[in-house]
Design a protein. Structure first.
Length: 324
């Protein structure tokens, strides 16, 4: 199978560019329900793994966190003030400050927050919530704090066991952009993992913390991402969806009522195509209304000529379905 066209860039009536990629839709048993391109394509999960990583941190910490703090642990935040406060609150529970974070210093993803940042800082990095959650877990368990990003650290070994239990098939381990281990697997395995987030009883010992992580993302979607982000916008607009993006044009969703997981990967890593492609797939699955005005700008991001829109990024990806 070849990569499918996930999104097209239209300018002044001309198709200027195409983004190719892959889609997998699976149920909690790992059955492939629908797809486009190559659902067996092996990808690094990047930040889409954060809800499961958060569930492991919760299990180790054995602490009942408020929804905003748990949501930021699951998120890839913009670095807005509300996100930084939540990250600092998680660290404070462990008696730590941002100097303990081992993610690299970063700039906010949000332009307004970037203007105010003055310099890159660790707590501004979009993965600082995940790192704060890992530090809290290590502090509670008595694990070494300085080496928590290393693959051989007890916390990362627990994460790897959880990933292998939640995602069918082999798992490849690399290093993520923020420095902790990153997990590679077929796109269909990642979709299955998200289906199991919608059916947390399929996650064994992680069932309760995974359910809490999903509930926090649903309750506080702004803490997961923030202003002008697909994750936040979709969760705010559509009950019953959990959405989490990752780097390199990857985005996943859990359809809580249907018990399905969706994974979309843009072949060239172009993030601009990931949102429109995900929204198109969710619309084809009947999970959202593509005409919803709250999602229109994300479903068809404008292409500008000067100060006016002269085109759009559009997705008309077609899903193949099992049995057809």
């Amino acid at each position: 199978m070849r990569a499918a066209v996930l999104a097209r860039v239209l300018r002044s009536g001309l198709e200027e560019s195409r983004h190719l990629g892959h889609v997998a839709v699976c149920d909690a048993d790992g059955r492939l329900v629908a797809w486009a391109g190559e659902p067996a394509r092996i990808v690094f999960a990047r930040s889409t793994m954060k809800p499961l990583q958060a569930a492991v941190s919760l299990t180790v910490a054995r602490e009942d966190l408020p929804e905003d703090e748990l949501a930021v642990i699951c998120g890839s935040h913009n670095g807005e003030a509300v996100h930084v406060r939540a990250v600092r609150a998680v660290l404070a529970r462990a008696g730590l400050d941002p100097s303990a974070l081992r993610c690299p210093p970063g700039w906010p993803l949000d332009r307004q927050a970037m203007v105010r940042a003055r310099r890159p800082r660790r707590e501004l990095h979009n993965c600082s919530g995940k790192h704060a959650g890992m530090l809290l877990a290590c502090a509670r368990a008595g694990y070494d704090l300085g080496s928590y990003p290393r693959r051989g650290h007890p916390l990362q070994r627990r994460v790897l066991r959880a990933v292998r239990a939640a995602a069918p098939g082999d798992v490849v381990v690399g290093v993520d952009g923020c420095g902790v281990p990153v997990h590679g697997m077929p796109l269909a395995s990642l979709a299955t993992l998200y289906a199991r987030l919608s059916r947390p009883d399929r996650l064994g010992r992680l069932a309760a913390p995974a359910a809490r992580a999903v509930a926090a993302m649903r309750a506080r979607p702004y803490l997961v991402a923030g202003r002008h982000r697909v994750d936040t916008a979709v969760m705010e607009a559509v009950p019953g969806l959990v959405v989490k993006g990752g780097a390199e044009g990857l985005v996943c969703a859990a359809l809580l009522d249907a018990g399905l997981g969706v994974a979309v990967k843009v072949e060239d890593g172009g993030d601009r195509a990931a949102g429109p492609a995900l929204l198109r797939v969710l619309a084809r699955l009947g999970a959202l209304d593509p005409a919803d005005p709250r999602l229109a700008a994300l479903a068809r991001p404008p292409v500008r000529g000067g100060e006016r829109a002269v085109g759009a990024i559009v997705s008309d990806v077609v899903l193949r379905r099992a049995g057809e």
